[in-house]
Design a protein around this ligand. Structure first.
Ligand code: FAD
Length: 420
């Protein structure tokens, strides 16, 4: 069987990885393969700029009453970490309607076990990839995740989440300021404490992506076409499509893994999903010894990722369509959070002109899309949102199973495409 994978973020690379393992010939279409000459340069794209957390602890879907309420409040602040650009777009209106509809406790109760299950399964697969040594080390570190708070209200909210997470075996502990300072000596005096999750793991996305690319490129059954796919044509026995170079290709089956841009191709194949792009930014400081633990700064909604030689700060959720425009105000707000939560770090420690952004693929109910489209030869794997990195291997392995018409390890019914 000849299979095309369209899109080379984590979803596309992991789908290709498991297809190759199943003995399938894979052709991957991706116009922006990272710069081979300068591997230290961070490329644009969600799969490169993310915080690298594997987050079984992130069990609350994006559509939840508390996130909905705080999102509404933040919408009107210029530097806020959440923003929806008002647009006259039928898609955005329909997406917003369904997002509001799912922002209730009943949906949260329904989504929590599904989110926990796919994340825990994916963590096992990351461990399997690591121990196979096929791609080498990608800074997989079992250090847990600190949810750091400055106000009692936010701390109490996180504590409640941690109690719900414990039902799924996700272990955590409350650290008051003094206990936190023992493990994170530069913590700011105004920080009240943190909930420490032991289940979460950190990875370095640049290292994983570049090593996974190298593994795939060396595989005899893998071929990369460095072009963008323009449209899919289903009017033949095989699935046919065209790239921006004008060339045509035919396949038995196609996986669409183009992240936030999945609808463009899906529509050309006579289907569509409710999907918005949630833009996030990443900036870095070379002060790599300053912070020991990966953390989420809860009030400012900034993720802190201490990698081997740099520390990455990432955040914001901007729903402003498909573009890579940089909002400097929001980027500087990310840098300012460093000095609000840690002593000895300042805005000047970051190279703000090197900021990168990426688009999280967001469904309105906070669950991914994994499954067949109206035409069963087209399979979609997107919608990972804030956990798209974490679920990458699980989503890739299950997409492979769908393409090969095999049973999946966990049920895909919560993730079907036509659920709205
Ligand atoms: C700031 C930030 C922090 C984050 N932190 C975390 C985290 O800690 N943990 C976590 O689990 N998740 C995190 N995420 C979310 C996660 O990064 C994304 O959900 C995930 O990377 C999405 O991967 P993807 O492969 O689906 O999409 P993408 O990474 O966007 O990849 C899609 C690819 O498709 C290609 N493409 C698009 N159109 C076409 C076309 N027509 N033809 C060919 N190719 C095409 C694009 O060039 C791109 O390379 C974060 C995201 C951001 C922005």
């Amino acid at each position: 069987m000849k299979v095309a994978v369209i899109g080379g973020g984590i979803s596309g690379l992991c789908t290709s990885y498991y297809l190759l393992k199943a003995g399938v010939q894979v052709e991957l279409f991706e116009p922006h393969k990272p710069n081979k000459e300068n591997e230290k340069e961070v490329p644009f794209g969600a799969s490169y700029v993310n915080a690298g957390y594997l987050t079984p602890s992130h069990i609350i879907p994006l559509s939840s009453p508390s996130l909905f309420a705080s999102g509404l409040k933040m919408m009107f602040q210029r530097k806020s970490p959440f923003y929806i650009k008002p647009r006259l777009s039928a898609n955005l209106i329909k997406w917003g309607f369904n997002f509001a509809k799912h922002s209730n406790n009943k949906h949260v109760d329904y989504a929590i076990p599904e989110i926990a299950q796919i994340n825990l399964y994916s963590k096992e697969l990351f461990q399997e990839i690591l121990s196979s040594n096929e791609i080498g080390d990608f800074q997989y570190r079992d250090r847990g995740l600190l949810m750091i708070y400055k106000t009692k209200e936010v701390g109490d909210e996180e504590l409640e989440v941690s109690h719900r997470a414990s039902e799924f075996g996700i272990k955590s502990e409350l650290l008051e300021h003094e206990a936190l300072k023992k493990i994170e000596p530069h913590i700011h005096p105004s920080v009240l404490g943190a909930v420490r999750y032991y289940s979460d793991v950190s990875t370095n996305p640049i290292e994983f992506m570049s090593k996974m690319w190298a593994y795939l490129m060396a595989h005899q059954n893998f071929n990369l076409v460095e072009n963008k796919v323009e449209a899919i044509d289903l009017n033949r026995a095989e699935v046919r499509f065209y790239t921006d170079s004008g060339e045509g290709y035919s396949f038995d089956k196609v996986a669409i893994t183009t992240g936030a841009q999945a609808n463009r191709l899906l529509k050309s194949a006579g289907d569509s999903i409710l999907l918005e792009a949630g833009k996030g930014y990443a900036i870095q400081t070379p002060k790599s010894n300053h912070i020991a633990f990966p953390a989420l700064l809860l009030e400012s909604k900034v993720a802190v990722s201490p990698f081997k030689d740099i520390i990455r700060f990432s955040g914001t959720m901007e729903l402003s369509g498909i573009n890579h425009n940089i909002n400097k105000l929001r980027v500087s707000a990310i840098a300012e959070s460093a000095e609000q939560y840690y002593q000895g770090l300042s805005v000047n420690d970051f190279k703000l002109d090197k900021v990168r952004c990426g688009l999280r693929p967001l469904s309105p109910d906070g669950l991914p899309y994994i499954g067949v489209s109206k035409d069963p030869r087209i399979v979609v794997n997107t919608g990972g949102a804030m956990m798209g990195w974490s679920i990458g291997p699980a989503a890739g392995k299950m997409t492979t199973a769908v393409l090969l018409e095999q049973k999946t390890e966990i049920s895909l019914s919560p993730f079907v495409l036509n659920r709205f």
